[in-house]
Design a protein around this ligand. Structure first.
Ligand code: HEM
Length: 298
């Protein structure tokens, strides 16, 4: 039976609680603004306007999960950055990235089962779920194998899904997005992260803004024929070529309202970028986010 978007939002609430006026996931976050400047190489891959000329953006950094007081020092949680690229015609094209190259479930049904199992807090049931679904253990393993990001500014971020780009000549290329902080990844040892406490990312970011913008290089990793485009729990081989397509520059804080009046939707895309038609999680996300939005704006 197909998972329904309401069921997924209910299941997120089952794990993290339902918090009035707040997102069901990525609940703790900070709204920011900035701009995106494409490289000359980007236009060869896609005709989307944000890859032809610089555009302003509104963005939001967040912690994964639905706990509004999640700890900034929790290692096995993802950090997120969501962006609306504001296009010259008044429309937006969105980009949502998390600080791991993989998601925890290949399909909405597996994600629903994962959430419902975790909500039982029954260790045997949870162990049995992960034994039956080894792909769902990969994100946590990946996150715990490296240091806790020292700041939203020093984390690297991944689009996870496959997207298809089309250029002006009509040529199509499957890609995955990655964003790397210009100064490289910087982490904290477990001990240092613990000493920082639960709420240091906002201050960290503000300190950064007094020195200058927070910048990331955005890359399109080029898929090859046969690379999986249906599975957000699997990575492509590490030797895939990547093309730097631009610089994301986050210049300062923005009023929360600018982030909360709508949703960041991974399928809200300019002409020239399409979601993989084979990925089952990706289309479900727009529906889930709409349900979460409906509830938080009630
Ligand atoms: C079926 C799987 C998923 C479900 C049910 C889900 C659920 C949600 C929900 C309910 C929200 C809050 C929406 C809102 O109220 O605006 C959200 C936000 C977010 N999700 Fe997902 N998500 C899924 C998969 C993913 C994946 C694979 C990624 C990887 C890029 C991701 C990244 C994000 C980010 C970055 C945000 C924060 C957006 C913001 O700051 O407003 N999600 N998710």
């Amino acid at each position: 039976q197909e998972a329904q978007p309401e069921e997924l939002v209910d299941a997120l609430n089952g794990v993290f609680g339902a918090h009035a006026k707040m997102r069901a996931a990525h609940t703790k976050g900070i709204c920011v603004k900035g701009n995106f400047t494409p490289t000359p190489e980007a236009a060869a891959l896609t005709k989307a306007p944000q890859f032809a000329a610089p555009v302003p953006l509104v963005g939001r950094f967040s912690l994964g999960g639905g706990n509004p007081s999640a700890s900034d020092s929790q290692k096995d949680n993802v950090r997120g950055i969501a962006m609306h690229f504001q296009l010259p015609d008044g429309s937006v094209s969105d980009l949502l990235l998390i600080s791991a190259p993989i998601f925890v479930a290949k399909t909405p049904e597996v994600f629903l089962e994962l959430l419902r199992t975790v909500a039982t807090k029954d260790k045997d049931k949870i162990d049995a779920f992960f034994k039956a679904n080894p792909n769902s253990t990969k994100q946590k393993a990946w996150l715990t194998a490296r240091e806790t990001p020292a700041s939203y500014a020093t984390a690297d971020y991944f689009g996870v899904h496959t997207f298809y780009l089309t250029n002006a000549k009509g040529e199509r290329q499957g890609v995955k997005w990655t964003a790397e902080p210009v100064g490289g990844f910087k982490g904290l040892s477990d001990k240092d992260a613990e000493a920082k406490g639960a709420d240091f990312y906002a201050k960290e970011l503000n300190d950064q803004f007094t020195k200058g913008p927070v910048e990331y290089n955005l890359f399109a990793v080029l898929g090859q024929p046969g690379d999986q485009d249906d599975d957000p729990t699997s990575e492509w081989p590490a030797d895939r070529k990547s093309v730097k397509v631009g610089t994301i520059s986050i210049t300062g804080l923005e009023n929360a309202e600018a982030c909360d009046v709508g949703i960041f939707d991974p399928n809200q895309l300019a002409d020239g970028i399409e979601p993989s038609p084979n990925d089952k999680i990706l289309p479900m996300r727009s529906q889930d986010y709409a349900v979460s939005f409906g509830r938080r704006t009630q």
